[in-house]
Design a protein around this ligand. Structure first.
Ligand code: BTN
Length: 244
């Protein structure tokens, strides 16, 4: 992992560059990094603010031999690797909000966007996009997001050099990925739950159809969210978790 690094000052989105590289047969473990993105992509087509030198904006090209249905597990394993790296590099206490947000002090600090190129039972490649707000001061966080987004600097009052941070993330990612490939999802699940945000607490789950109240019980062996609702235990595969 990371033998091949494509680094650019400015990209529209590292995801796009990674897709292009993967289509041109870039090898497993190729990394695309930008100092800034002009069209950073978040989940659900949202815009992802990616200010120059303030954060980590990167995409990892993977060619895993797993079934497409298992791909959400890659997002969850990436989240545990990020939480490990943030715990190691900083004094912050990260939590993971299902499925893929890293929270510090109840505010979002990082997100993961997993994109898949697959047909039927075969994955051609996966792009795992990682965005971390590292060194933004309060005023550098867009005003409309200040109530729910933060940076590691803001929460710990310390600046962190970006390059060693990236190295630490790649190290944890590789370790976690290798473990997943040899031991399966089970150890990742335990790790994920140790960082799980709001486990045992009341949450709201927004799906395409409705918003329902539930108690968050943890994640299942396949990465689904386990929710205890009035109608009993439910497993949720896609949706947004809310609270308050
Ligand atoms: C989310 O929480 O909505 C996911 C955010 C993912 C952002 C990263 S930044 C690097 C990579 N390139 C993108 O355009 N998006 C991802």
């Amino acid at each position: 992992l990371g033998k091949n690094i494509i680094h650019k000052t400015t990209l529209d989105s590292t995801q796009n560059t990674a897709h292009d590289a993967a289509r041109e047969n870039a090898e497993h473990g190729t990394i695309v990094i930008a100092d800034e993105q002009t069209k950073g992509k978040g989940r659900m087509d949202r815009f992802w603010h990616s200010t120059k030198h303030k954060g980590i904006w990167m995409s990892i090209i993977l060619r895993p031999s797993i079934l497409p249905v298992a791909a959400p597990q890659l997002t969850l394993l990436t989240a545990t690797a990020l939480a490990d790296a943030i715990s190691e590099e900083t004094t912050a206490a990260p939590k993971i909000k299902w499925p893929n947000d890293i929270m510090i002090n109840n505010k979002k600090t990082a997100g993961i966007l997993t994109e898949l190129q697959a047909e039927q039972d075969r994955i051609h490649y996966v792009i795992v996009g990682i965005g971390i707000n590292v060194n933004h001061s309060f005023s550098e966080i867009p005003e409309t997001l200040q109530h729910k987004a933060t940076s590691i600097k803001r929460e710990t009052e310390t600046e962190y050099p970006i390059v060693p941070f990236i190295q630490c993330i790649l190290q944890h990612f590789e370790q976690t990925y290798d473990r997943y490939m040899t031991e399966g999802f089970s150890p990742i699940r335990t790790k994920w739950e140790s960082y799980g945000y709001k486990i045992g607490e009341k949450i709201k789950i927004r799906t395409n159809y409705k918003v329902s109240e539930a108690i968050f019980r943890g994640i299942a062996e396949d990465g689904a969210l386990i929710a205890e609702t009035e109608e009993g235990i439910q497993t949720i595969y896609s949706g947004e978790v809310e609270w308050n």
